[in-house]
Design a protein. Structure first.
Length: 404
């Protein structure tokens, strides 16, 4: 468990919790039913400074890091993980820019992301490239000072409400995995358009859309780092972004418990509250312990991540180098195993907790008039995006076997 919060961390947690209760809670059911996102929320998120939480003050951010971002996502997700998802998806889109962009590119994109003027997003998945990210069919052909992109991305969270997209494409299909590169593509670029919006089980307030690239002309200066480094960009992004999914999952679990426990205490059966039955108490003890254990593990990981991430970013700004270069000077440590572990643990905990809460509440738990079933539906996606939990287990096992 994260103890001794800094003043910034306390301020972020408090402001996110208050905003979620006052602004998101009254509208969460409506927009879940409508499967729409209220665009005015983006301006409100920006006014609250939510989009700049993990970005340095140089770019207009709050100067926080992975821990502060996780605290924000957790608090917002306690109330609604769909409506609050743009805060997380914009951070996901910003992380590869933070890691691999040069000084000029950072100056170009990060201030507008931090201010909320433009939302970032992450475009990896394709119809034939999901868990197998190396099977990219989207191509990028170099022509003069531009790249010509052709292909389709799907399952892009916050897809049509975002503005800046980190897109993965093959610059040399003959090289396979070593031929994948990462680009920044901006909304309005000729040849870039949106496809269908997905109808989903959960997080229905957030638009998940297809992206189409048809002879899309992207300036060569929008290439992140070098050609062929796309998989490095991808993996290191997930190293630092998966704790955000874990924070979302933990927030969902806590949200389900916050609705369930008061109900169990006031609901009377056989002349006593449901919560007073020993069997029910044991269920609560089990799931609460799981949630607190996952939360403790999450902030242990993020606190240690930040010890390198923040000073490395300060050095990158000072030296006008990439954050990736400065991180490698400080430490050769990779966070792949730990990010996979907490993403796997927290997401399994979230769905298990929400499902148990539905069962504990009985018939009302199954009704859409009571929010617990929504928490269960929303929890499921945390086991899927940014790598399914089968992929997380593969990565954990590979690292553990390598260590031994």
């Amino acid at each position: 468990m994260l103890a001794n919060l800094s003043e910034l961390q306390k301020e972020i947690s408090t402001s996110c919790a208050e905003f979620a209760q006052k602004r998101l809670k009254p509208i969460r059911s409506e927009y879940d039913e409508r499967e729409e996102f209220p665009l005015e929320l983006l301006k409100e998120f920006a006014q609250m400074g939510f989009f700049g939480i993990s970005l340095p003050e140089k770019y207009g951010g709050l100067g926080g890091c992975i821990t502060e971002l996780s605290l924000a996502i957790e608090e917002l997700s306690k109330v609604d993980s769909g409506l609050s998802l743009p805060v997380a998806t914009s951070a996901l889109g910003a992380i590869p820019i933070m890691l691999y962009a040069n000084d000029k590119q950072r100056d170009k994109w990060l201030p507008s992301i931090a201010s909320g003027e433009k939302l970032a997003a992450f475009a990896l998945s394709e119809p034939q490239a999901g868990s197998d990210a190396t099977a990219q069919k989207t191509t990028a052909r170099k022509e003069g000072n531009s790249y010509i992109l052709n292909g389709v991305k799907h399952f892009c969270s916050s897809g049509n409400i975002s503005d800046i997209y980190v897109v993965f494409a093959s610059t040399d299909p003959k090289k396979g995995a070593r031929g994948i590169s990462a680009f920044v593509v901006e909304k309005g670029t000729p040849g870039f358009k949106f496809g269908k919006k997905e109808k989903k089980l959960g997080i229905k307030g957030n638009p998940t859309t297809e992206l189409y690239f048809e002879n899309c002309i992207v300036p060569a200066e929008n290439l992140l780092f070098n050609e062929g480094f796309g998989l490095f960009v991808l993996q290191e992004t997930f190293d630092y972004s998966r704790p955000g999914v874990a924070a979302q999952a933990i927030g969902i679990a806590e949200g389900a418990l916050s609705e369930t426990i008061p109900y169990l205490k006031q609901r009377q059966q056989f002349g006593q509250s449901i919560a007073s039955f020993q069997a029910i108490g044991h269920e609560i003890a089990e799931i609460y312990t799981r949630v607190e254990s996952a939360r403790s593990f999450l902030y242990d990981i993020t606190t240690n991540m930040d010890k390198d991430f923040k000073p490395a970013f300060d050095k990158a700004i000072e030296n006008k180098t990439t954050l990736r270069e400065e991180l490698k000077k400080i430490s050769r440590k990779r966070w792949t195993k730990y990010s996979a572990m907490i993403k796997y643990l927290a997401s399994e905990t979230a769905f298990h907790t929400a499902e148990k809460c539905v069962n504990l509440c009985g018939g009302i738990g199954y009704s859409r008039e009571f929010p617990v079933e929504k928490f269960m539906r929303d929890a499921k996606i945390t086991e899927i995006y940014e790598g399914t939990n089968h992929i997380q287990k593969n990565e954990i096992a590979a690292q553990v076997l390598k260590e031994y």
